[in-house]
Design a protein around this ligand. Structure first.
Ligand code: PLP
Length: 419
């Protein structure tokens, strides 16, 4: 699939009557979840017990020692002024220490680390900073939506690549890198960027050993910049997910995004990082200096504290998701729906059961809502390549996941009756 930014030739209506009249906004697809969300809200308002496994929004609160650090600094008026858009030094240094301790990678907090308002903001603004009009970015799909739309917003073109399961929950590296080579050989203008993300949302696929060595080699040979979204860095249930920056030479062409949202259950706090290649980090730092004044300083101080304190809380969160994944997969199996246990992340990615495959992923998600009061994400929300699947986010306790499985089992047993 190829997704492009809008042409600016058609003049918007005057005066504007709808946001869709503006070329960049008009080029965005309809929000696939809108209809399901509206129906979910109606049911909840009517007092029904809806189990919402739609959005990957962590339910486990932020660990107490991190919250305490925020509270300790929140009232100090010195912290109520604008902060630094690239993040305070102590936080950038905390991230550099994290990479040294965890991956054996030395980063210069001044030139190789920038704080972002979450990984999502960072990816969007990095694309704006580094892409020229019409530049092509290679994105494996199905994809987390900002991987596609950051490119569209920045005036670039997305060329999607197949994201296939090689078995055991690993991505098919041969198919993926074969597609990268093919795209570089055949594209009208050479692609400029490869955007990867493993462990992967929504597919839960993990990068096998040696994957990033190969990625760096392919990128160097084809003059591609490499962006790695590492939002699920801490959620490998077997081996620890690898960082691209541990590969020698990666820093010449690659940056990695790390997020506090999932690892430290800090999704609402909005703290992420872009680390690695100084030219790309510098470009993002510069564009951010025009666009924002940095995150509320006590949040940055608390985030640095999270990185520098004991990391037991991260392991505990990982274990919660691992157990929840097992509970949901077990409950779905009992319901007659065989789904592979994820190797990583906080999701279960499930092919729509055979008897329901005539339905689109939106229709099937709506069916689960109406027949089981369970909300899931339709796969098409991650691009056409996600069609035929739904994604469960593991954001409810095991007992609720077991309940979801039982309700789904009853709904599946009734068959695909017309909604
Ligand atoms: C792959 C991926 N990247 C980035 C994000 C967002 O991260 P942040 O909260 O740091 O913006 C998510 C959230 O679901 C994600 O799945």
């Amino acid at each position: 699939m190829s997704v492009s930014s809008p042409s600016s030739s058609s003049a918007p209506a005057w005066p504007p009557t709808s946001s869709a009249g503006f070329p960049r906004i008009g080029s965005l697809p309809a929000y696939v979840f809108a209809q399901i969300n509206a129906e979910k809200r109606e049911r909840m308002d009517a007092g029904e017990d809806v189990i919402d496994l739609g959005m990957g929004n962590p339910d486990l609160g932020t660990p107490g020692h991190i919250v305490d650090e925020l509270v300790a600094h929140a009232a100090d008026p010195r912290h109520h002024r604008y902060s630094a858009s690239r993040g305070i030094y102590g936080l950038r240094e905390g991230m550099a220490e994290h990479y040294r301790d965890r991956y054996g990678v030395e980063l210069d907090p001044e030139t190789e680390v920038v704080v972002t308002i979450g990984a999502k903001e960072g990816i969007a603004h990095l694309m704006l900073a580094i892409l020229g009009d019409g530049d092509t970015v290679l994105v494996p799909a199905p994809a987390y939506p900002i991987h596609t739309y950051s490119v569209v917003f920045a005036g670039g073109k997305v060329q999607t690549l197949p994201l296939a399961d090689a078995g055991e929950g690993y991505v098919d590296a041969d198919a993926l890198f074969g597609a990268v080579e093919e795209a570089c050989r055949t594209a009208e203008s050479p692609p400029r960027v490869l955007l990867l993300s493993f462990p992967n949302n929504p597919t839960t696929l993990q990068a096998p050993a040696g994957f990033f060595e190969r990625a760096v080699e392919v990128c160097l040979r084809n003059r591609l910049l490499l962006i790695h979204d590492f939002a699920y860095a801490d959620f490998g249930f077997g081996e620890d997910p690898p960082s691209v920056l541990s590969v020698p030479g990666a820093r010449d062409i690659a940056v990695e995004f790390f997020s506090m949202s999932k690892s430290y259950c800090m999704a609402g706090w909005r703290v992420g990082f872009c680390v690695g290649n100084p030219a790309m980090v510098g470009a993002l730092t510069k564009i951010k200096s025009y666009l924002d004044y940095g995150i509320f300083q006590p949040i940055q101080i608390a985030a640095a504290h999270a990185l520098r304190s004991g990391q037991e809380c991260v392991g505990e969160t990982r274990e919660v998701y691992r157990r929840r994944a097992a509970a949901l997969v077990g409950a779905l199996a009992t319901a007659g729906w065989d789904v592979a246990a994820p190797r990583a992340t906080m999701f279960v990615w499930a092919r729509i059961p055979q008897a329901f495959r005539a339905m689109s992923s939106i229709e099937f998600a709506r069916h689960l809502l109406r027949e089981a009061n369970v909300v899931v994400s339709p796969g098409v929300g991650f691009g056409p390549e996600g069609e035929g699947h739904v994604r469960f986010a593991l954001i409810e306790p095991e007992s609720r996941l077991a309940e979801a499985g039982e309700r789904i089992g009853r709904a599946l047993a009734r068959g695909p009756a017309e909604d």
